[in-house]
Ligand binder design. Sequence first.
Ligand code: NAP
Length: 322
Amino acid sequence: MIRNTICLLGGTGFVGRRLLSMLSKQGRHIRVLSRHPQRHRDIKILPGVELIQANVHDIVSLRQHFTDADAVINLVGILNERRDNGKEFHHVHVDLTRNIIHACQDRGVHRLLHMSALNADPAAASYYLRSKGVAEQLVLQARDLDVSCFRPSVIFGPGDSFINRFAAILKITPLFFPLACGYTRFAPVYVGDVAQAFTESLDMQASFGQRYDLCGPHSYTLQEIVEYVNQTLGLKRIVNPLGNNLSRLQAALLEHVPGKPFSKDNFRSLQVDSVCPKGSHDLQTCFGINPTGMKSIVPAYLLHQNQKHRYDRLRQHLPHPE
Ligand SMILES: NC(=O)c1ccc[n+]([C@@H]2O[C@H](COP(=O)([O-])OP(=O)(O)OC[C@H]3O[C@@H](n4cnc5c(N)ncnc54)[C@H](OP(=O)(O)O)[C@@H]3O)[C@@H](O)[C@H]2O)c1
């Protein structure tokens, strides 16, 4: 069965936009629910995309927009909460997922694609990973639903908030960059590969009831990744890895800085390596996707942004035409 009408939650974000353009190219009709459609109206240019203002936490609204949908995809997620108590994570990851399940069941939608995260576990120390783990359990146990669940390591690609964030911090760092949790390992996975796994699985019966760990072809410590960004940008910052106690202290301090560049919960989630179990290659074996390496993609968007930034700065100094 080809699923033509898709209701997409979180479709305005980093992963969502990439997935949206793939679904649009396949000729599907995609209903994107967003809290702030005005901010994302550029996506309406894609054929088949309908951008709808909706409160996704309201089950009545979900029921309304799930009507006649062939599938629902949930990408909604947050990486930080205002207070360090797990409540916001629970609301956005668990309560929302429960409402999505109920709305699917009420409206007779049988297909659900759910975005989780590697290391998601109801018993995790991090509130983020714990809430993602509870949500996974809910979707996989839901009756009358064919669910596929995706668990990526950190995702990179143009517009990401991982590589780009370190690039931005390195650029404003005077000389030494004190890096917390530099010992944690990641297997960065390309956003195009993640989006392709979603599109491949949509109509694939073999993916019903499955969980997929999504990893890139190589694993690196966080320090190796930051050093790589430093080198790619041609910067000469000295990356100083902090030990566990100083990393925890940095998290406690930066948690109070506007924008929360690092939090106590981020620190807890970084106590576990974000790499796939040895021998597991779900992208390749389940979807036939040859995972894309970080080093073949990152320089293009890091250097492009760098040039654009320099050009914008130059323009600021040009005399204004009379
Ligand atoms: N990026 C990664 O490295 C990574 C790694 C592993 C797992 N994941 C998971 O992948 C998913 C997508 O990640 P992303 O990087 O694309 O995230 P993103 O760019 O921050 O986008 C998140 C989306 O969720 C919606 N959203 C955010 N907060 C919300 C809230 N409080 N209530 C309702 N909707 C909210 C936003 O939609 P509107 O603002 O339009 O409403 C936005 O489209 C998330 O579930 C994330 O946990 C990401």
